[in-house]
Design a protein around this ligand. Sequence first.
Ligand code: ADP
Ligand code: MG
Length: 226
Amino acid sequence: TEEKLVNTEKLSTLGQIAAGLAHEIRNPLAVISGYIQIIGKDNERNSRYSKVMLSELNRIDLIISELLFLGKPQAVHFQRIDIRNIIKEVTILFESQLQQQGVQCVTEFQGEIPDCYLDPNQLKQVFVNTIKNAIEAMPSNGGTISIQVSPITHDELIISIKDTGVGIPEKVLEKIGNPFFTTKEEGTGLGLLVTKQIIESHNGQLNIKSEENKGTTIEILLPTID
Ligand code: ADP
Ligand code: MG
């Protein structure tokens, strides 16, 4: 636990530095991006190269967004919320992508779901990150994501996001959630870290269960208002 504490401390310092740096980096990036677009209009070769450069710039921007998030975990606006609405909103965002990739997404609400006291934007981020990972875990077209919400006790509910994707080997599972750990060519390795941080700042808990070649289940426990 001591090591974990040190890591958390390091992370929050890292987060603060990152947030400061991120703002400083974004402006020059925007200038570079503007000139690349101009040069890209010169000829066919420049146009090809500029596309690559712009997509790499996009990637930097994505990483910066996630770092910025880590840098300000204090910016929360808690309110009384029906978690089902958040989940519905996020699944709608993914509708066309799911359809394109032939992935089924089934949502099931069981029993009476009490309201939670939470920050809606942060919880949206949690579901965006986990559903995105679930989609990315599907080996090819097809697969199913099932999202279930049910109460466990009078003041706690469980949300499970289960996919039929590639799963996570045991050796890899240990490293997941380490900053920048990714197995993807285009990954940032920050999604689950941000997710875990959000859930913990809501006094909840995040568990990952996975079986190689079978799929992964992300379990989120959240306190409710009773
Ligand atoms: P990224 O998606 O950018 O790689 P994440 O923090 O979201 O970063 O995830 C870290 C790693 O955890 C992924 O690279 C992947 O190896 C693994 N992972 C996360 N979610 C899943 C999932 N649903 N199925 C299989 N592997 C997953
Ligand atoms: Mg991810």
